[in-house]
Design a protein around this ligand. Structure first.
Ligand SMILES: N[C@@H](CCC(=O)N[C@@H](CS)C(=O)NCC(=O)O)C(=O)O
Length: 267
């Protein structure tokens, strides 16, 4: 079995797949699976060659024995189907539907929400701030899926209203993690079993932690805090977050904590 992953070290969607690969007994990049690093800063995800395998112009893309797979949620479900060891989906149909509801929620709410502070605090200052309006408009036009997102952001990043709404959505996600751990008996979202829901939301919470938004859940969501500590201690998490995989490590020159940025911007 040959697995190739077109990915980026610090992309949360690539990290979702790396955690799942590790849970499935394939922890090591360039040993258990072949990594093709796509440099998003150099727009390697927008080359004609890459767009042939992923017309959405995003990472990750997985090639398994010649079959091309895109969309991180579809990829992790596929991995759970083709590698039966260590199942990551509940057997009970009701619980399985519950996990899938979580997967849809993760795509709808925290995944887009995390993009807002990621771009506002790191990617806009690191990549786009120097662009002229015209250069930025030309870049946005090239994006198969995110044209509006970039147009709304501008090269200066997002403003207070967008960042605050994203924070509300992450807080809601944390409350729901806390609620379901308590309802299902923990230590994971669906109960005893570590499922695709945990694997998919892990990198998003980690990104918020890396950006310094830990204050959104610290103090009053004890089950969720314990879940996050358990997650970070898990071998699959350590495998997926190898050295250099955090966004703070990718752009140390622009990194400031959320609190520092908020103090500076006055919100
Ligand atoms: N729905 C897609 C989203 C993938 C995605 O947005 N990937 C980001 C990195 S996490 C990307 O490639 N961004 C490129 C860009 O912003 O230009 C999935 O889950 O695979």
């Amino acid at each position: 079995m040959t697995i190739e992953l077109y990915q980026s070290h610090h992309s949360t969607c690539s990290q979702k797949v790396r955690i799942t690969l590790a849970e499935k007994g394939l922890p090591e990049k360039d040993k258990d699976w072949i990594a093709h690093e796509i440099n998003l800063g150099k727009f390697e995800h927008l080359t004609p060659e890459y767009l042939k395998i992923n017309p959405n112009g995003v990472v990750p893309t997985m090639i398994h024995d010649g079959s091309v797979l895109i969309e991180s949620s579809a990829i992790v479900e596929y991995l759970d189907d083709v590698i039966p060891d260590n199942p990551m989906s509940p057997e009970d149909p009701v619980a399985r539907a519950g996990m899938r509801a979580w997967m849809r929620y993760i795509e709808e709410v925290p995944t887009p929400a995390v993009r807002v502070p990621t771009f506002a605090n790191m990617l806009a200052p690191a990549r786009y701030l120097e662009y002229s309006d015209e250069e930025f408009a030309t870049h946005a036009d090239r994006l198969p899926l995110r044209k509006r997102f970039y147009q709304r952001m501008t090269q200066k990043g997002f403003g207070e209203a967008d960042v605050n709404y994203a924070k509300e959505q992450i807080r809601q996600t944390c409350e729901r993690i806390d609620r379901d751990i308590s309802a299902n008996g923990g230590p994971w979202i669906m109960g005893e079993q570590f499922t695709l829901a945990d694997a998919l939301v892990a990198s998003l919470i980690d990104r918020m932690d890396d950006l310094g938004y830990t204050y959104l859940w610290e103090g009053d969501l004890p089950a969720m805090e314990e879940w996050f500590a358990n997650l970070q201690a898990r071998p699959s998490f350590q495998a997926a977050f190898y050295s250099g995989a955090k966004i703070s490590e990718r752009y140390p020159e622009v990194y400031r904590t959320a609190r520092e940025i908020e103090a500076e911007r006055g919100y």
